[in-house]
Design a protein around this ligand. Structure first.
Ligand SMILES: Nc1ncnc2c1ncn2[C@@H]1O[C@H](COP(=O)(O)OP(=O)(O)OP(=O)(O)O)[C@@H](O)[C@H]1O
Length: 674
């Protein structure tokens, strides 16, 4: 906006007053206060007040209507809050301030000039841009500076009242100025409206943005909480990572160790592989050697088998030469209680001859010359000092014969208390083991060795006693089954319903023997506190199989502990003693008949001889122990026993080996003897 100073002639006082009123109204109305702010005290009003007289008539003359229209169009109450509005409002405020400054300058300059009667007409020009505004501002500022300096300006020439033309021109110019201002204000109003619209839009956007912001704040809170959760997770993850790092380090260390171990093992594996290859080649050569050796072993086995057979036959020939029925005499030692009693005078002339006679003192008491010096020869005689193992040596050969498929019968004969049970069963200590336990041990010892030659053996056992001519199963004493003697296939003799149990080791058989001993009939006699009052028969069944040659050998070992012979006169149990003596005398008759080679052998006269039929006169090798008591009071019984044993020794029987070549029925539990 440019301002041109024009000297306007002052109107008369009435016109001036109306002009003053019109001007003040139009200016103040044209520039809304809320937009422009309060008018300065030294502004237009002041100027107009001072010049009220000169402008009153002017308005009535010119009827200056454009101001009314301007007043109506300008909104007296703009709603824009310039202090808090959006940037568009600030822009408006800035532009308004600029125009205000311009307006103030107009007032401060022009109206002051009016006051000094030098009216300056402000000729507004279209302000199109900020540069022009700035120019206006600068010019106004320059003007202000000029005003502050208060330079001495020459007063404009006063329009004389009569110069209506000049006054009209001035007023026209003023009108033009005001019109320009009106346009400006209108533009600004338009701007205001657009600004208002913009503001409204912005406000709406602001509201939307605020809502969005609130939403975002809410979201932000959620995000924050999530962030916190994530942060705590991150912390825990960091801890986990640290732990994992530690573990990773440990694993790395372990991995390194394992790597080194692996390398070492790889090297070892290589070495072992090489060694393995060497060994494989060696194995190949060894296998061929083994094959050769196997062939050699087979041929040696055959050779050994032949030799074994030869050895067996030679062994049994020797046994046969010794006699089919062998008799061994054994004199027991006197017990501590018997030491002071009179003993028989027994001499052992050699290992087979025994001399017995009555004690010298007893002879001298009788006063008669004695011829009671009796001499007996047996296969072996053993004195009181002999041990169980020494006695067993002869029996050991017969045990071998049983393994070779022979039936062996060993029985102890003698007076009660003469040491039969001791000889057959023995005592509790290892050294005092009798013939039965020693024979069992020898059987299992021999089986182990024979296994190397391809033999496999099955061992079974049964225990019975003949008491008062009744057979009792010692492994099942309460059995009510009838235990009768029967001939199996017309060859072997057995007992019906007798318990026969498998035995896998020597200990098994010893346990069975102890059980049988508990069930055996025992009573006190004059010569023995625990006298056996029955004949006890322990039978061990032996079956050997050699798979290569399909040979089956069936042998048996019958170990008989006879009841002690006793004088019926001295016995308290007559029936028992009679039965014992009867069976023993039948045994003597059988031996005599066998010795005499009688046509009839009275085996069936007693259960004992009937059961031992095959052992005494048939296909069997027999060993008889004749036990002698050293006591002088037993002299007669001892001599009787010795005489009986001598008879038995003279009996000749033919033993046969029980050898078959048939395949054995493996499912069969019981053994069948041919
Ligand atoms: N060789 C021996 N060494 C040591 N003691 C023996 C010997 N022989 C027998 N005895 C002892 O003599 C006693 C009688 O022996 P044992 O019981 O064996 O006689 P028995 O002939 O069986 O008698 P019975 O016929 O009455 O049963 C027992 O105490 C036994 O220990």
């Amino acid at each position: 906006m440019s301002i041109e100073k024009t000297r306007i002639p002052l109107p008369n006082s009435s016109k001036l007053a109306s002009l003053k009123l019109q001007a003040s109204t139009s200016v103040t109305a044209a520039l809304p206060r809320k937009v422009l702010g309060p008018l300065p005290s030294n502004g237009l009003n002041v100027g107009l007040k001072r010049r009220s007289k000169s402008y009153t008539d002017l308005s009535s003359i010119t009827n200056f209507k454009p101001l009314d229209g301007l007043r109506k169009k300008i909104d007296p109450k703009p709603t824009v809050n310039l202090t808090t509005g959006p940037p568009a409002a600030k822009k408006l405020r800035r532009s308004v301030s600029t125009s205000q400054i311009s307006r103030t300058n107009v007032k401060s300059v022009n109206l002051k000039k009016l006051a000094v009667k030098k009216p300056v007409v402000m000729k507004p020009t279209n302000v199109t841009n900020n540069t022009q505004q700035t120019k206006v501002f600068k010019r106004a500022a320059d003007t202000k500076v000029t005003e502050e300096v208060k330079p001495k300006v020459s007063k404009p020439a006063r329009i004389p009242p009569y110069d209506y033309k000049a006054r009209f021109n001035a007023l026209t110019e003023k009108y033009t100025n005001l019109q320009t201002m009106y346009k400006e204000a209108k533009d600004k109003l338009t701007d205001n409206e657009s600004i208002k619209e913009n503001y409204q839009d912005l406000f709406n956007k602001h509201s939307i943005l605020q809502c969005d912001m609130e939403k975002k704040i809410g979201e932000n809170k959620i995000i924050n909480s999530e962030k916190n959760i994530l942060l705590s997770k991150v912390d825990s993850l960091v801890n986990d990572i640290q732990v994992l790092e530690k573990k990773y380090k440990e694993v790395c260390d372990a991995h390194e160790i394992l790597n080194s171990d692996f390398k070492q093992l790889s090297e070892d594996y290589k070495n072992v592989s090489n060694e393995n290859l060497d060994l494989k080649s060696k194995l190949g050569s060894a296998m061929s050697q083994i094959e050769q050796l196997q062939n050699a072993v087979d041929s040696y086995k055959a050779y050994l088998w032949k030799n074994g057979e030869t050895l067996r036959s030679m062994h049994n020939t020797i046994q046969d030469l010794k006699g089919k029925i062998r008799v061994i005499c054994r004199v027991r030692p006197a017990s501590q209680t018997e030491q002071e009693s009179l003993l028989c005078n027994i001499s052992f002339l050699d290992e087979c001859t025994i001399e017995i006679r009555k004690n010298k003192e007893s002879l001298s008491i009788s006063g008669k010359p004695t011829d009671a010096k009796l001499e007996f020869t047996f296969d072996k005689v053993f004195g009181p000092e002999s041990t169980q193992k020494e006695v067993f040596e002869d029996l050991a050969h017969l045990v071998q014969s049983a393994l070779d498929g022979y039936h062996i019968c060993v029985f102890a004969y003698g007076q009660t208390g003469s040491g039969k049970t001791y000889t057959m069963q023995g005592g509790d200590s290892d050294e005092s083991k009798g013939m039965i336990p020693l024979a069992v041990e020898r059987i299992f010892y021999a089986i182990k060795h024979l296994q190397c030659q391809g033999w496999s053996y099955t061992i079974q056992a049964s225990f019975l006693e003949i008491y008062n001519e009744t057979i009792k199963d010692l492994l099942d004493p309460k059995s009510k089954e009838s235990l009768d003697i029967q001939h199996n296939d017309g060859k072997s003799i057995g007992v019906k319903n007798l318990t026969i149990l498998d035995v896998n080791c020597a200990e098994d058989l010893m346990d069975l023997m102890q059980l049988a001993n508990k069930n055996r009939a025992v009573a006190a006699t004059n010569f023995n506190e625990h006298s056996s009052r029955s004949h006890a028969v322990t039978k061990i069944y032996i079956q050997g199989v050699q798979e290569d040659s399909s040979i089956i050998l069936c042998g048996s070992l019958n170990l008989v502990d006879l009841a002690g012979s006793e004088s019926a006169k001295t016995s308290e149990r007559l029936t028992e003693t009679k039965n014992i003596n009867k069976s023993l005398s039948t045994l003597g008759q059988v031996m005599l008949a066998l010795h005499n080679k009688d046509a009839h052998i009275p085996y069936r006269n007693s259960k004992l001889t009937h059961l031992l039929q095959n052992c005494l006169g048939g296909n069997s090798k027999t060993l008889m122990f004749v036990n002698i008591s050293p006591m002088e009071e037993c002299y007669s019984e001892s001599v009787n026993s010795l005489r009986f044993a001598s008879k038995v020794k003279e009996v000749k029987v033919n033993a046969k080996r029980n050898k078959t070549y048939s395949k054995m029925d493996a499912s069969s539990n019981s053994l069948k003897f041919s």
